[in-house]
Write a protein that binds this ligand. Sequence first.
Ligand code: PGA
Length: 240
Amino acid sequence: MRARLVAGNWKMHGSRAANRALLDAIVAGVKGVECAVCVPFPYLAQAAERLQGTQIAWGAQNLSEHAAGAHTGEVSAAMLADFGCRYVLVGHSERRQIYGETDAQAAAKFAGAQGAGLKPIFCVGETLEERDAGRTEEVVARQLDAVLSRTKFADAVLAYEPVWAIGTGRTATPEQAQAVHAFLRKRVGAATRVLYGGSVKAENAAAIFAMPDVDGGLIGGASLVARDFIAICGMAQRKG
Ligand code: PGA
């Protein structure tokens, strides 16, 4: 059976003081499920120091598609590995939409992360316009196939995040999530974990996690509130 994973995506939030309190609470409160936090680059050292030797993994939210060199402002996969990251988000819709990241760049980042021993959490998802036009499967397949045509998915994690559900308070219904997860699963196989992301909250997490092809969540806003994140992790524990 696939082990569930709950990953927090802090996005561009945090301070040393706030992080300390949040990490302390997560370490104390999360039990019985694999859990990770993806923090802003400057806080990787803080996360590594606090989480070393605990059951909580840490990771980053982006990386360069280049291995090293004259790329001012970029951060390489090897640097993330050097800070003990287990995971790195790749192809998040905010990278694609706000920063113009292409499918090819996302695939290059994915390969670079794997090459450095990191597990990419590869994000796919359609916009509302694409969903309304009946193009959801076409879009997520295109995003995923950019990776699969280049490299094996291996033990990477896939995350389905409908763009219209991110930070909007509008979640996919459990049935909508399951339908896309089942479609993605046909491409990545039975062993790969497929997380759902997009306005997952303590109030809706249990119903989404109950779907057979949902293996946990990628949590944005609610991952910044210790009580909520811990509650969501609790709902991801396998019962029975
Ligand atoms: P959200 O973000 O939970 O705030 O909708 C999810 C994400 O962007 O990963």
